[in-house]
Design a protein around this ligand. Sequence first.
Ligand SMILES: Nc1ncnc2c1ncn2[C@@H]1O[C@H](COP(=O)(O)OP(=O)(O)OP(=O)(O)O)[C@@H](O)[C@H]1O
Length: 625
Amino acid sequence: MKSNSLAAVVRGVVPLLVTIGRSMPVLTAVWLLLPLLLGALLVPLFASQKQLIDLFVSGAGAGVGSWSERAREALTPLALMLGAALLRVIVTSAQNVTDSHFRGKASMLVQSLVQQSAVRAPLEKMDDPVYYDRLQRARAVAGEDLFGVLQNAFSALRLATELLGLLAVASAAGPGIALLLAAVFAFSFTIRLEADMVKRRLNRDLTRSGRESDYLRETIVRPETIRDMRIAGSIPYLTDKFAGGMLRSLVLRGNANRREIRRGIASSAAQIAGLFGALVWMASRMADGFMTAGTIIVVFQAMRGAYGISSRAAFPVGKMYIQSAKIVDLIEFLREAKQETGDPSRPALATAGKDDGEGGAETPVIRAATAAIGRTGRIDLERVSYKYAGAASETLRDIRLTLHPGETVALVGDNGAGKSTLVKLLLGLYRPTGGRILWDGVDYRELEPEELRGRVSALFQDFVRYETTLRDNVTFGRLEAGANDESLRRALSAASIDSPERLAGGLDGRVGQLTEGGRSMSGGEWQRLAIARAAFRESQLLVLDEPTAALDPQRESELYRSFRELAKGRTVLFVSHRLGWARFADRIVVLQAGAIAEEGTHDALMAAGGEYASMFRAQAEWYRG
Ligand SMILES: Nc1ncnc2c1ncn2[C@@H]1O[C@H](COP(=O)(O)OP(=O)(O)OP(=O)(O)O)[C@@H](O)[C@H]1O
């Protein structure tokens, strides 16, 4: 067993319990204390048993003569024994109820912590495969493994407190007996745990290699395989391979079983020797009049109880060893996320310039900036550049661009030119790695992220399909304001959905296949819903990244007709490869390999005969051809 495994269990489980305890201190305290109480109750239970045995078996009740007198004398220990036994039953039931409640709530809490960490993380993080992978692992551990980890931690705690109670009982015969019991327990437990771990690892390895055996077992007897193998003369090779694999796993399992049996024998021998030694010693003390029969019997019981624990505890502790690495991973993920994003109530937009570890607390600068935002809605990009983490070169270089209030700008360019990246910077989802973006002269870094979020809306290429009601799909665009049916219908109509009844049986009709009776939708219908969602936000800047990619020509022209409605009173930036759309923009910006190649109206760019003109002619030619 690796020496750092126990450290990993402690490093994982303790901070996990601290994290949970901070959010639900009472429930955690009760969850931890009930097993302690159960262990402590063993002491009066055994003490009263000892008293009763001494009273009736050895007649040790000094000065007590008749049976009736002894019976009277026995009332107190009897009441104590019954009381302790009854209390243990009650505490056990309370503990079972608390345990399942605690585990359910704790699992919910940790899952929500992981979710909060993910939604608050700067969006650039999602582009980092290492982070994304860790997030997925943390999500899986919080969702699937945590329940089991807490169950094992609870079993281990319960057995540990019971062991402490039994040690306290054994110490009635003297500290030497308690020490002997502790030493035999430690020996038995360690070797049983080791045997358990060896079997677990073997099972894990055999599950992997077993997949190949399963595959061969299935494949070898298929007619097409037999035909193929006969022609190739490979029958003996595959059957030998299968038999060899099976034999190997049999040998390994046999070795592990024999090892477990040897460990079991060693453990039992140590336990019997311990028990025998203790009995001999106690009997000799009894002969000297220093020990009663009651003490010997209860200590004997305590020792047997502790030995039982040594084999029962191997299972939950062994499982925790296996799970500890995942829990350490989860805890580190949560810790790092907290350090990076601070206060959970803070936003998901990139909080550039607020990496002060304070989670972006509101400062006078930010307040003043927020008050200034939105007076006119002019957006300036000043020498903006952007480089993805781990990328060899910059995706955007030296972008200088102004979006005037109410203007419609088309952003065009080849695949990979950097259009979507520019969109994310404009929306405040990414922070520029060079230069700055200003809204009415105020640097994005000084703006309150919620304020900025309130002024922008977007439709992304990879728009989300919310498998809920039609109404939710639209109102998710602006949850804070109450939505009446009329405004919802207006937004739907701007996305060329004139009849929600026809689409999904009404505003409250369900869409998607998640629930029974949900209307399954085509890609284009989902896209129109996403457009309606973006339209529903009363934003100053509307960004549409390929808004028509999934639409058929009929829907596309319908959307074009409602586009003016969509653009009314706001600045619109849209990205499209269909240059027919760009023709109607106030201005066209052509991006080429991360830099602005040209800029102007359709007519001006066509007259200039540059990149845009050649792209437009190529597309027009293609349609004509
Ligand atoms: N997460 C990322 N990490 C590294 N490079 C990236 C990442 N995302 C995009 N890129 C690279 O940045 C460049 C610009 O990508 P972007 O998606 O902004 O281009 P685009 O103009 O929108 O392309 P398209 O027209 O195909 O949608 C591409 O070369 C792309 O490979």
